[in-house]
Structure formats: structure tokens, C-alpha cells
Design a protein around this ligand. Sequence first.
Ligand SMILES: NC(=O)c1ccc[n+]([C@@H]2O[C@H](COP(=O)([O-])OP(=O)(O)OC[C@H]3O[C@@H](n4cnc5c(N)ncnc54)[C@H](OP(=O)(O)O)[C@@H]3O)[C@@H](O)[C@H]2O)c1
Length: 324
Amino acid sequence: MKAIKISSYGDPSVLVLAENLPQPEPGPEQVLVKLHVAGLNFVDTYQRRGLYPVPLPFTPGLEGAGVLEKVGKKVRGFQPGDRVAYNGQLGSYGEYAAVDAWRLIPLPKSLSFEEGAAFPLQGMTAHYLLHEYRQLKRGDTVLIHAGAGGMGGLLVQWAKHLQAKVIATVSTTEKARIAKKLGADHVILYTKDDFAAEVKRLTKDHGADLIIDGVGKSTFAKNLEAAAVHGHIVIFGAASGPADPIAPNALMPKCLSVSGGTLFVHAGTHEEMLPRAKAVLAGLKAGWLKLQITRVLPLAQAAEAHRLLESRETTGKVLLKVVD
Ligand SMILES: NC(=O)c1ccc[n+]([C@@H]2O[C@H](COP(=O)([O-])OP(=O)(O)OC[C@H]3O[C@@H](n4cnc5c(N)ncnc54)[C@H](OP(=O)(O)O)[C@@H]3O)[C@@H](O)[C@H]2O)c1
């Protein structure tokens, strides 16, 4: 089979298409998925660079959609031929992946394989970020950094659905247009304007009740200024690099709290994962949540896909097509 292999950490050129690889053999509690589409996520770039180390060599990709080819002998409820989506297990940048059966989400007929590869990781992350840290009340202000990105676009729509006032930050006027279209009440060009001062101005000095930050280094410190009294900041990524440390006492004046978040914990078991997947699917079915699939590249162009994502040239979700 064909798959992308990483044999050393580095820039996108380490993503190499390898051919004639053996198909993985699923264990008794696993299935063999014939992948149609793999989802690209920023975490793939951290793993490629070695920021989140993965033993070498490895096939990247934590999300995909396809058809079951084989089912392990202890697996119940799935059969060869079933259409599925999944996330959380390495190896989706390839034609076949052995996947733990508990990670499978049956793919509704109404969704294409592209949609199936686009919703699990980012959709369930948006769900936990908006439900696990603060019980949002109507009119609460939520600040979402990188609001036109894969995560940002889903967060903007979901926070609006929860009747929050949404402020998004973006780097370009084109991205500002996208975040607005997705429902943001206000958009700040954080590469041009001081986002903390803007949040204060837009909220009449109240600040943001919940700040969701996957950007990290270039935004985290200013979040303390942008937050409301009793505000909560969730750090869940490092698109601009890992955030610098802050002094704990800096949280005192506004009684702030800060959390970290990762889907690997918030969807770490079937029981935790499935309700989040169902909530995403329900949002898609109802129509208030829309996937923003903006680029679909062939698997062989995985390096180009990483380059685009890291150079801030993408919006919405980027996919790699495995099967033509
Ligand atoms: N912990 C979790 O559970 C979890 C799950 C999913 C994703 N994440 C995190 O969520 C974040 C977004 O992920 P995504 O896949 O949806 O990516 P994305 O938002 O589509 O792309 C990253 C965006 O970050 C912004 N950015 C700011 N500074 C940057 C820099 N120096 N280099 C590159 N990008 C920069 C860019 O938007 P602007 O041009 O508008 O600034 C860029 O488009 C990442 O940090 C990712 O690790 C975490």
C-alpha cells in the first residue's frame, strides 16, 4: 500500500510518499479501515517537527474516513463494508490504517467521506472547549483566536449557537470576512491592532468571559488583559509556538482561571467520545454547524498541505484525498 512516512523530524519535506508498504494487521479489538480521505490538523505539524515527539518512523494523520475492510474477532457492531470516521490514532495519511474499534463513528449516509474526515477531531474539540470549562450564559463574551481557521470556524459557529457574543481574531481582511460570515459579532485584525484593547473597547471594559486560544506564544500573555473579571482562558494549542510562562499571581487581580485542554483526554474513551461526536453530527444535521472544507489535496501533496497550513495560507479544513 501507499502511505506518507516520516523518518526524521523536520520541515514539510520529511513527508515522503512510500509505496509497496505492508498493510497493517488489525488486532482483535481493531478494524482495518480502507481510507478515502484523511483530515489535516495542526497537531500533525507538531508531530512532524518533533514538538510532540512520536517514535520514528511513522505515518502521520490522526483523522480519517473510509470503509471497513476487516474487523477484529472481538469487535461487535461493525462489519466489513461499513462507512466510518475516526480520530485519535496515528496513520491516516495512507491507504489503510488499523484503528481501535472504540474510536469508530458510523458515518451517516448524508455525509461524504470528505465531510467524514473533516468533522471528528475539530468538531469534538469545539464541543469540549465550549462545554467543559464555563457554562456559557446568553450574552457572555467569547474571544476566539484564529477565527477563520479549521478550529476557529467551528468555534465561532458553535459559540453563536450558544448565544454568546463572539469576538474573533484573524490576520487578514479576507479572513475577517470569513469569520464574520460564520457569525462573529466582531473581528479584530490582531496582526495590526492590540486585540486586548479592542476587546475592552468592544465590551465597554467588561472583557471576554471565555478566551479560547490555540495560537499560544503571540497571544497568550495579552489574554490576561483581554479577560473579564472571573474570566477563564483555555490554552489548547501552539500555532505560533508554545506560550511563554506567566506568573500565577498575575491571575489574582481579576480572579482569572486558566486551563489546558486536549481532545486526547476529553475523548479518551468511547463513552467520552461518542456523545461529543453525536453533538457534532446533530449540529451538522440541524444546519447551524457547517463544515468549511476549503482545500482537498492528493495524498502525494501532503508536504504542500503542511506548508500551506503552517504559513497561515489556509482557512477552514484541509483534507488529503487518499482514494481518487
Ligand atoms: N488541544 C486540542 O484538543 C486541539 C485539537 C484541535 C486543534 N488544536 C489546536 O488548535 C489550533 C488550530 O488548529 P487548526 O488545525 O484548526 O489550524 P488552523 O487554525 O486552521 O491554522 C492555524 C491558524 O493559526 C493562526 N496563527 C497565528 N500565528 C501563527 C503562526 N505563527 N503560524 C501559523 N499559524 C498561526 C493562523 O490564523 P491567522 O492567520 O488568522 O492568525 C492560522 O491559520 C492549533 O494550535 C491546534 O494545535 C488543539
